[in-house]
Design a protein around this ligand. Structure first.
Ligand code: UDX
Length: 440
C-alpha cells in the first residue's frame, strides 16, 4: 500500500492529508510543532474548519491518518511526500521560501529510495527547480544516488469550505517532467480521476504560474466589482443587480462578484503581491494587479470614511463591529479588512464593541495594542447595546437574520452599515435605521 507524507499541518496540509486519508490512502502528517502534533494525536484540531473534526477522528480511528514530528521516519517510509508548509510574505512582498527549502533539505537528508516530492504550498515560479537543486545537493553531500521527481500540485481550496473544495475540485493541476511521477499522482488522486475531475498536466513552471494567475484574477474580479460599486453609489445604480446581470454572461460568471469592504485572507493579498514581485524580477510589469492591490487598500479606507462621514467627530463614539474574520466559517483574521477598519476607527477616537462567532481569540492578540478601546462581546445583541453605529463586516449566517427591533431599541444611534450587502434597505429603514451598503 502506498504511504504518503504531508509535511505541514496548517490549513492546506491538514485538510489535504485528512481528505487523502478519507480517499482510503495511508497518510502521515508531519509538523515540527510538537504541541500541535500532540494535540492532533489527542483529536484536538488547531484550526476552525467546518467538518474537519469528524473527518480527522474518523480517519485516525481507521488508522489511515497518523501524526508525527519525526520527518526522518516519514521520509523513509513514504514514497510520495507533499510539502505543505507556509510561504508567508516577507516585508518586500516576496514569498518566504525558507520553510519549503528546509523541508526539501530534510527530505534529501533522509531519502532512501525513489521519492516524489510534491509541492503543494503556493510558491514563486522557479521554486520547483530550487527544491530539485536542494535535494540533489543533499544526496551529493551524502554521497548517495537516488532517483526522485519533483511535482508542482497547487491547491485551490478555500477556508470555510476546505473539505468540499478539496474533494470536489474544479480541476487538479499536476506539473511535472516525469511520466512516472504523473502516473503516480493520478493514482494518488484516483478517486477524483475516476469521477472525471479535469486534470491539467503540464510542466512545473506552468503549474506554479496557474495558482498565482488564478488568485490574482479572482482578486481582480472582486476589486473590479468593488470599484463598480463605488461608482454605482454616485450614479444611483444597484451593484447587486449589475453583478447579477453581468454574471449571466457565461464569459463572466456570477461568482466572486460580491462587492464588499475589500478582499482579505491568507492568499489573495499575499499572492497578488508575489506575482507583482515575480513580474518585477523578470522585467514584466503586472500593472493590472498593482492597481488591484492599491484599490483594495483604498476600499477598506473608503468604508472608514463612510462611517466617519456620518459623524461630526468620531471621538468617544461607540461603534459596534459584527464580524472580524476575513470571511465567515473561519477563525482566521489574516489580512482581514477589519484589521484596517477597526484600527482606523480607533485612531479617529472611536470605541469598539466587537462580536465575532469564531474570531475573538485571534482578535484579542491582533488588537492587543488597542485593547483599551475595545470590548469583546458575548453575542451580536450584547455588542449593539449603547452603540452609535452598527458595522457589519463579515457575513456570518447568524448576522443575516438579526432581530432588528431588539437591535434598534438597544442602540443609542441608528446608523446601520451593512458592508456585505446582506440586508434589504427597505426592511432596515422600516425599522427606523439609516442604512448604508456598498454600491446600492
Ligand atoms: C482563496 C481562493 O478562493 C482559493 O482558491 C485559494 O486556494 C486560497 O485563496 P480563501 O482565501 O479561503 O480562498 O477565501 P475566498 O472565499 O476566496 O475569499 C477571499 C476574500 O475575498 C474574502 O475576504 C472574501 O470576503 C472576499 N470576497 C470573495 C469578496 O469580497 N467578494 C466576493 O465576491 C468573493
Amino acid at each position: 500500500m502506498r504511504r504518503i507524507a504531508v509535511i505541514g499541518s496548517g490549513y492546506v496540509g491538514l485538510v489535504a492529508g485528512t481528505c487523502l486519508a478519507d480517499f482510503g490512502l495511508n497518510i502521515i502528517v508531519v509538523d515540527n510543532d510538537e504541541d500541535k502534533i500532540n494535540k492532533l494525536k489527542e483529536g484536538i484540531i488547531p484550526i476552525y474548519e467546518p467538518g474537519l473534526d469528524d473527518l480527522v477522528h474518523r480517519n485516525v480511528y481507521y488508522k489511515r491518518l497518523n501524526f508525527t514530528t519525526d520527518i526522518k521516519y516519514a521520509v523513509e517510509n513514504c514514497d510520495v511526500i507533499f510539502i505543505a508548509v507556509g510561504t508567508p510574505p516577507k516585508d518586500d512582498g516576496r514569498a518566504d521560501l525558507q520553510y519549503v527549502l528546509q523541508v526539501a533539505e530534510d527530505i534529501g537528508k533522509y531519502m532512501n529510495g525513489y521519492k516524489i516530492v510534491v509541492d503543494k504550498s503556493t510558491v514563486p515560479i522557479g521554486t520547483g527547480q530550487k527544491v530539485r537543486k536542494v535535494l540533489q545537493e543533499q544526496l551529493q553531500n551524502r554521497g548517495v544516488e537516488y532517483i526522485f521527481d519533483v511535482v508542482s500540485n497547487p491547491e485551490f481550496l478555500r477556508e470555510g469550505t476546505a473539505i468540499h473544495d478539496f474533494t470536489h475540485p474544479d480541476r487538479v493541476v499536476i506539473g511535472s517532467e516525469s511520466d512516472k511521477a504523473r502516473g503516480i499522482m493520478r493514482d494518488v488522486y484516483r478517486v477524483l480521476y475516476i469521477n472525471e475531475t479535469p486534470f491539467v498536466e503540464t510542466n512545473i513552471e506552468t503549474a506554479e504560474m496557474i495558482k498565482y494567475a488564478a488568485n490574482a484574477f479572482l482578486a481582480t474580479k472582486i476589486t473590479f466589482i468593488n470599484e463598480v460599486a463605488n461608482l454605482c453609489e454616485k450614479v444611483g445604480a444597484n451593484v447587486q443587480h449589475v453583478a447579477k446581470a453581468m454574471g449571466k454572461d457565461g464569459r463572466i460568471s456570477p461568482k466572486f462578484l460580491h462587492a464588499g469592504p475589500g478582499y482579505g485572507g491568507s492568499c489573495f493579498p499575499k499572492d497578488t503581491k508575489a506575482i507583482v514581485n515575480i513580474g518585477e524580477e523578470y522585467g514584466v510589469r503586472m500593472s493590472v494587479v498593482e492597481q488591484v492591490i492599491k484599490a483594495n487598500e483604498n476600499q477598506k479606507l473608503r468604508m472608514v470614511e463612510k462611517i466617519e462621514g456620518q459623524f461630526e467627530d468620531l471621538k468617544d463614539k461607540t461603534i459596534c463591529i459584527l464580524g472580524i474574520t476575513f470571511k465567515p466559517q473561519t477563525d482566521d483574521m489574516r489580512e482581514a479588512p477589519s484589521l484596517v477598519i477597526c484600527r482606523e476607527l480607533v485612531k479617529r477616537g472611536a470605541k469598539l464593541k466587537i462580536f465575532d462567532p469564531e474570531g475573538q481569540k485571534e482578535g484579542e492578540w491582533r488588537f492587543n495594542d488597542i485593547l483599551d478601546r475595545i470590548t469583546f462581546c458575548r453575542d451580536e445583541y450584547e455588542a449593539v447595546v449603547g452603540a452609535d453605529a452598527l458595522v457589519l463586516l463579515t457575513e456570518w449566517h447568524q448576522f443575516r437574520n438579526m432581530d432588528l427591533e431588539v437591535i434598534h431599541n438597544s442602540m443609542s444611534g441608528k446608523l446601520f452599515f451593512d458592508f456585505r450587502n446582506i440586508y434589504s434597505r427597505e426592511i432596515v429603514e422600516e425599522k427606523g435605521f439609516k442604512y448604508f451598503a456598498v454600491g446600492r
